[in-house]
Design a protein around this ligand. Sequence first.
Ligand SMILES: C[S@@+](CC[C@H](N)C(=O)[O-])C[C@H]1O[C@@H](n2cnc3c(N)ncnc32)[C@H](O)[C@@H]1O
Length: 252
Amino acid sequence: MNNRYGKLASHVYNLDKYIGKSFGDVEFYRSRLSECTGAILEPAVGNGRLLIPLLEAGLQVVGFDASQEMLDYCRLESEARSLSPNLSRQTFETFAYDERFEAVIIPAGSFQLITDYAAAVGTLQRFFDHLTPNGRLIVDVDPIGSFLGDASSIRQWSTTDGDLVTLTAHRVETNYVAQTTISHLRYDRWAAGQLVASELEFFSLRWWGVEEFALALRAVGFDDVTVSGNYEYGRAPKRDDQTITFEARRRS
Ligand SMILES: C[S@@+](CC[C@H](N)C(=O)[O-])C[C@H]1O[C@@H](n2cnc3c(N)ncnc32)[C@H](O)[C@@H]1O
């Protein structure tokens, strides 16, 4: 299975993208959501990097994630701050709630983990169906250039108990027709120079053109599509922007 975010991958995510770590997105989402009084949904909530600061700002955020390991970090980090968010194990492809949300938010390029076009459009439709009239969808996507840079990389982190975790990434496939990449992410945990655990993740992503994504939003019924570059709301994306954010409204 691809994009599993298993034990070592989740551990590294929580070390690298700890609660409150911001790429400009924590401040941006807090500001865009500041008028919300009802429930907000964060699909692919992960370890709660964004959800927890939003809860601390007084917003009512509900989250789901496909990875039990990521949800475990989110629960642990929430409990450490005396928070008890509504979290569940669900997927983009099949999630369902009885309630409707004032906003659905997907930061960090997580929407691009859906690599099948039809499944992605089906997920946009499910987001639309879960919004209240006048509710908003806010989604970040990484620009196409970020998919086509260095094909290989090595990174490392120290754990709290002094072990070393290394991540060796290789992009092994690029499909220019399907607009997808597949990378092998090998996580290794080392204790006193000895390998004590390894994990291989097959990591796939889909890139979207700016107009393609706006068209997909309108096709499922969204209106008032605003596209922003680098978390400057309303500023059209420029060539070297790192993040493109779409905000769209379900009118009725
Ligand atoms: C890049 S992390 C984002 C976490 C968090 N939203 C943040 O901003 O830091 C992507 C998350 O997507 C989750 N994920 C991957 N595939 C998924 C799927 N099909 N349905 C729901 N969540 C999924 C992963 O488990 C992981 O927690």
